[in-house]
Design a protein around this ligand. Structure first.
Ligand SMILES: O=C(O)CCC(=O)C(=O)O
Ligand SMILES: [Fe+2]
Length: 329
């Protein structure tokens, strides 16, 4: 059982986050790593057959093999590993990964006990979810604008990445890594207490940066606290807690999952993507446990998305921010 203690609940209320040690069993994380070994193997096979890489880099652990692949291809192959889709220009064959070991981590009873302590017993998996496999900063590829791909995460609030309809949703962010993440490896960083100021302005392309960071002058950037964690620990964040990540200055990958949960029936802020019932006392028969069903939900979504939001058209909105807000000057 991993229900939170009264002290942990108070910490979350007071600071807008709490780090809970030893929540996710190693066996659950090991299964995810094994599953992703297979995903990486498939990608490497595909690229090798096309002649895009010179070797299969066999016999190496996941991280070292991934780094070799990034160096040789100049690409982090982000979409190949993720359990979500892009917001635009999705193709009928855009890759994604929704395997059983990943689903078992999303629904791991010890994790959901903790989630239940924070949002109640009717638990829905909100589809705002990513795997991040960040290579060392020193080998980071850049996009067409010269900006690093999969580098440090800019300051933001998770409420700011969803549309207005989800502003009253009790969305909980869950962050954990597949291995220990020390300071050098670019852990999450938070601003304790920042959740009390409500939703702050996010500025698209602020000062030439990609993404939509919150400008530093809107919160107490001096209060920044990095959160290195051990394998199995989980960080829980309030949707208004200002956070980002440090750069990965190590020579290893920094590999994390960030997931969201909300009470069943509340708006997810990303309704074009599929969520699912994780735990319910009222409708236990709806709990999703089979990754085939989960994968089918994403396959249907991919099919639907491949017909909209193409070539600059925006039939479905995923964001809300404008560049010309006074806060962004
Ligand atoms: O892992 C990261 O770099 C950022 C994660 C994040 O923003 C989140 O968990 O909400
Ligand atoms: Fe975030």
């Amino acid at each position: 059982m991993a229900h939170l203690t009264q002290e942990q609940l108070e910490d979350f209320e007071t600071h807008g986050f709490v780090v809970v040690p030893d929540v996710i069993p190693y066996s659950v994380l090991d299964a995810v790593v094994d599953e992703y070994d297979g995903v990486l193997d498939d990608l490497i096979d595909e690229l090798y057959k096309k002649g895009e890489i010179s070797s299969r880099f066999e016999g190496l652990p996941f991280g070292e093999r991934f780094i070799k692949l990034v160096i040789e291809t100049g690409d982090v192959h982000k979409q190949y590993f993720d359990f979500s889709l892009p917001f635009a220009d999705v193709k009928p064959d855009t890759p994604f990964w929704t395997g059983q070991a990943v689903l078992d981590a999303f629904t791991c009873p010890a994790l959901i006990d903790s989630v239940e302590s924070l949002i109640g017993p009717e638990v829905y998996s909100n589809p705002v979810q990513h795997v991040r496999i960040k290579p060392p900063e020193s080998i980071l590829p850049t996009n067409q604008f010269g900006q690093p791909i999969m580098g440090a995460t800019q300051w933001h609030q998770d409420n700011g990445v969803v549309i207005e309809e989800a502003d009253d949703t009790q969305m909980l962010t869950v962050w954990f890594s597949l291995h220990d993440t020390d300071l050098e490896q670019g852990p999450l960083k938070v601003v304790p207490g920042s959740h009390r100021k409500g939703l702050l302005t996010h500025c698209p392309n602020y000062k030439g940066q990609s993404g939509r960071p919150i400008p530093d002058h809107l919160f107490d950037v001096d209060g920044t606290l990095p959160l290195p964690v051990n394998r199995g620990d989980v960080i829980f964040l309030h949707p208004h807690t200002v956070h980002g990540s440090l750069s990965n200055l190590s020579d290893r990958i920094r590999w994390s999952f960030d997931l969201r949960y909300n009470p069943i029936g509340q708006h997810t802020g990303r309704e074009a993507f599929p969520g699912f019932v994780v735990r319910s006392q009222k409708t236990p028969e709806l709990e999703l446990k089979d990754a085939k069903i989960w994968t089918d939900l994403w396959l249907e979504t991919r099919e639907r998305m491949s017909k909209i939001n193409q070539g600059g058209q925006k039939e479905v909105m995923f964001g809300r921010w404008k560049e010309d807000h006074l806060d962004c000057a």
